[in-house]
Ligand binder design. Structure first.
Ligand code: G4P
Length: 195
């Protein structure tokens, strides 16, 4: 997505060879107009797939996932990372380990919100090692729901996330694909919507 790539070049900062900072428009301050365009781009690609729900993990995936759900006309389900006092019955859970952050959390879903009738699109901001998306897929399986695909804003193609997911037969649709990060230099590969 040209708009997203331009924004990454204008405002993104490679803080190391692995980490891209996009705090000014995606993860901390959020540009709602860009999120709407992103939601429409995902919806245009996945519109004829019989998707019944969009899923994301709190917190940075929520803004683009909400816009995608709106454009597709389906509900958004947010998988939780924090234990909640009100969320304690009939839960499905799986542990996800983030290599980037060196932390683990128990990804949690109240079982009422996904059933075997659901065909689900997973949306997230970054695809790095694929652990978050793989955790989502485990919870979808526990709910007997099916996976329509994984849509990400930014794929770091030098990390193994895409490979892991495609090996399992899941489609990855990335609006920006970063082939290489160096301090003050960001190189893109052709994005999935460029074809
Ligand atoms: P994976 O899910 O693909 O395996 O990635 P990994 O566990 O390595 O990292 C997951 C967390 O790190 C996610 O945030 C993801 O957004 C963030 N992340 C990964 N690479 C980058 C990067 O280059 N830049 C930035 N800014 N973040 C990155 P999270 O823990 O789910 O937190 P949240 O932001 O959604 O609350």
């Amino acid at each position: 997505m040209k708009l997203l790539e331009e924004r990454i070049l204008a405002e993104g900062k490679a803080v190391s060879e692995e980490i891209l900072k996009v705090d000014s428009f995606i993860n901390h301050q959020v540009d709602p107009v860009l999120m709407q365009q992103i939601g429409e781009a995902f919806a245009a690609h996945f519109k004829d797939r019989g998707i019944t729900k969009v899923v994301t993990i709190e917190s940075s995936g929520i803004a683009p996932a909400q816009m995608t759900a709106l454009a597709l006309g389906v509900p958004l389900v947010i998988f939780k990372k924090q234990p909640s006092r009100v969320l304690n019955d009939n839960l499905r859970q799986t542990v996800v380990t983030s290599f980037t952050k060196g932390t683990s959390y128990e990804l949690t879903l109240a079982q009422d919100f996904l059933t075997e009738e659901d065909h689900v699109l997973i949306i997230d901001d970054f695809l790095a090692n694929g652990e978050a998306a793989t955790g989502c897929i485990r919870l979808l399986r526990l709910s007997h729901a099916t996976v329509a695909g994984v849509g990400v804003l930014i794929e770091k193609s030098f990390q193994p996330g895409r490979e892991k997911l495609t090996e399992q037969g899941h489609e990855v649709y990335a609006l920006a694909r970063i082939g290489r990060l160096e301090k003050d230099r960001i190189e893109f590969l052709p994005a999935d919507d460029a074809h």
